[in-house]
Design a protein around this ligand. Structure first.
Ligand SMILES: C[S@@+](CC[C@H](N)C(=O)[O-])C[C@H]1O[C@@H](n2cnc3c(N)ncnc32)[C@H](O)[C@@H]1O
Length: 191
């Protein structure tokens, strides 16, 4: 699989704070750390201790100071203080049980106007319903051929703070799309 497809799709920019859920040995996290530069940060989270160990070793070898890895269950871990700009996941949200609160936990980890972008094989109708139930908005699903495997890139946004939606309604903000997110500067400027 293209190791960092999800980072490309998410349109990560300099200075972003990025959470990589179910990061494995850190491919997408490391790519995100390079993309966000020294003023941004990338945090990978995974439930597997060997994966987290390996990811930390890779980050050390790469000499990246803006990356970290956390051994935790992303469905329940409280990320409260961090409020990420972007949450990504590559094949990590597979078979999250409907109603287990996992997506709602990720929604809480996003700043208002932040976005969730992930690659999954799961049924788009079911996943989008879960995202909506978790309080996320502007959900989308686009087909993606990932190493010959028919997959989906899902996108969803955290609602903006009250009143900001109205201010943005007539602005140049572009809706979330699966091939990238082009709206944040105007959203950020208004928050
Ligand atoms: C198919 S691997 C994908 C790894 C990586 N994202 C990649 O694309 O190479 C799935 C990963 O999800 C992790 N995982 C599964 N459920 C998780 C959860 N609830 N919280 C954190 N990590 C989880 C597993 O430990 C495993 O490393």
């Amino acid at each position: 699989m293209t190791p960092t497809l999800v980072v490309e799709a998410a349109g990560i920019e300099l200075g972003d704070r990025v959470l990589d859920v179910a990061c494995g040995d850190g491919d997408a996290t490391l790519h995100a750390a390079r993309r966000v530069g020294p003023r941004g940060l990338a945090l990978g989270v995974d439930v597997s201790a060997p994966m987290v160990e390996r990811a930390r070793r890779r980050a050390g070898k790469a000499g990246l100071a803006n990356v970290g890895f956390l051994l935790a269950d992303a469905r329940t871990q409280r990320f409260a203080a961090l409020r990420f700009d972007v949450v990504v996941s590559q094949r990590g949200l597979i078979r999250w049980t409907p109603g287990d609160g996992g997506f709602a936990n990720l929604a809480r980890a996003l700043r208002p106007g932040g976005r969730l972008v992930f690659v999954s094989l799961d049924d788009p109708g079911r996943v989008r319903a879960e995202l909506t139930r978790a309080g996320l908005v502007q959900t989308g699903a686009a087909r993606a051929d990932v190493d010959g495997v028919p997959s989906w890139i899902f996108t969803a946004g955290a609602p903006l703070a009250a009143g900001v939606e109205d201010q943005l309604a007539s602005s140049r903000r572009t809706p979330l799309s699966a091939d990238g997110w082009r709206s944040r500067e105007s959203a950020r400027a208004s928050i």
